[in-house]
Design a protein around this ligand. Structure first.
Ligand code: ZN
Length: 175
């Protein structure tokens, strides 16, 4: 017994190279545009005979809040899927983004839109590049994770995240 306990204690303190850094999906993060300052600075300049002074403005992405709270991951999935017409608690991806969600003005809606749109792209349901999605998510420090979620969503609901990639790879002459 003593031996086992001793072994357990030591193994708990061992860190190996293979061990991955835990993924933190809940703590707030600094806005990527203003780097958590809340304002953006533009250097003054002269153009023709007009002089524009230095300007400090409230960050247009975080609206001066400096940080973004973590996305409500469950809520995003709920917003972009529906269980209508399905049994056993199953859900499917919405074919169109809910018009009641304003992804241009609401941060959480923008995140949901980003995941929905990229999932459709990865799943081969919409072959054009998600430009608007990139635009509405600008400044969001969780963009990488939201993109990862969209890949997972594509695999879960469309069975693939490679359809769009393959089409573009062919277009570029890579495959
Ligand atoms: Zn900001």
């Amino acid at each position: 017994m003593t031996d086992t306990a001793a072994t357990d204690t030591s193994s708990a303190n061992v860190t190996t190279q293979a061990e991955e850094t835990p993924i933190d999906l809940v703590s707030p993060r600094d806005c990527t545009r203003c780097k958590g300052v809340g304002t953006t600075f533009s250097k003054g300049f002269t153009y023709g005979d007009k002089t524009y002074p230095d300007k400090t403005e409230t960050c247009s992405r975080c609206k001066g809040e400096k940080q973004y709270p973590a996305p409500k991951w469950d809520k995003i999935l709920e917003q972009i899927t529906t269980g209508r017409g399905l049994k056993d608690g199953k859900r499917k991806m919405l074919a169109s983004f809910p018009s009641k969600l304003n992804h241009y003005s609401d941060r959480e809606a923008a995140r949901a839109y980003y995941v929905w749109r990229n999932a459709r792209f990865h799943g081969g349901k919409d072959m054009t590049m998600p430009m608007t999605a990139d635009m509405v998510i600008g400044g969001d420090p969780f963009q990488k994770e939201l993109l990862k979620l969209s890949e997972i969503v594509a695999i879960k609901f469309f069975g693939t995240d490679m359809a769009a990639a393959h089409r573009w790879a062919r277009a570029f002459g890579i495959i």
